[in-house]
Write a protein that binds this ligand. Sequence first.
Ligand code: SAM
Ligand code: MD0
Ligand code: SF4
Length: 356
Amino acid sequence: MHSSSVETKLSNILEKALSEQSLSQKDVELVLSVRNMEDVFSVLDVARELRERHFGKEVFAYGFVYYDTMCRNDCLFCYYRRSNKKPPRYKKDFEEVIELSHLLKKSGVHLIDLTLGEDPAIHDKEKFEEIISLASTIKTDVDIPVMVSPGVVPEWVIKEFSEEGIDWYACYQETHNPVLFSKLRIKQDYDTRLNVKLKAKEYGMLIEDGMLLGVGESISDRAHSILEMKRIGVNQARSMCFVPQEGTPMEHVPPPSVLEQMLAIAATRLVHPDRLIPASLDVFGVNGLQPMLLSGANVVTSLVYPETGLAGVANATLDVEEGRRTLEGISHYIHELGLKIATRKSYDRWMKKERE
Ligand code: SAM
Ligand code: MD0
Ligand code: SF4
């Protein structure tokens, strides 16, 4: 195709996105494939305009609590896969997590993301009581919105989370290509993982799904993921560059570029104009924040406070002990772009509206 006809096509797609019409698979593929700088900038401009239309200058921020790093699974890309001997394996005390949650709330984050590996002591034995009660204590006693990221859990656990008022259930397919899924999430079932999210939605929880970039997917897979997340009606849609992990089979797989991350976020914004889109500090550290915000992201995730002994996921330690992955540490990067950190009230208002 002639470059001028690509441009006409692109501008038609961007027009459609601006008027919030649905984009086709081919449209999203084209957006993800632009490489010429002018085209890239026009995509990012539209992504930011849509974000501004729905969220103004406000950015939300999530505190990350990796509560338990034990895992029964062997996901190819993950540092914490069962067979990796390298990562720190720990499970935090209940009291410590509560104390930390108070600290995070005081620091001004809008939500606490309580995350765990599929710890066999919890998952195989169906001993979910502690995590339910932990999430519920953070929600009611600490009094802050809670996201749980516990992996695949049985329906009764979802039901209890929802009855305890837990706001979010996060669980990422990584890819919406079932064949690739089964290569990455070895011995796990695509539909089971998807259906837990749908259950959580049925029970009234907000849901997050996500795709990984650079794990063997094609551009068409990426576009399909963005549209699948739309189809299932996620409230938060993530794309995250794969970060190679020592001691795993994908240790030497080269990770995608910042540009690919930016375009994935921007394309996600075009398809999900009024949803939350994370800019994770877990990929490129604080230096990756501005490119992601320039691409239409509106939630900073994976804030980890120093001296807490807590790990990140993809970048377990990057910028943590320097205190850069804190709200104070990132606020400068946000203000520099003319954006501001939202108030708790504003986040609560968004969640309330989203549930209606
Ligand atoms: N164990 C739970 C699960 O798998 O759903 C929750 C925690 S898991 C570590 C959270 C997410 O981190 C994964 O779904 C994946 O998207 C992301 N992640 C894991 N390893 C990664 C890597 N090497 N690079 C980028 N993201 C990664
Ligand atoms: C993040 N490391 O926000 C976290 C994690 C789990 N809900 C989120 C992938 O990047
Ligand atoms: Fe375990 Fe989650 Fe890592 Fe998979 S992604 S190995 S389920 S911690």
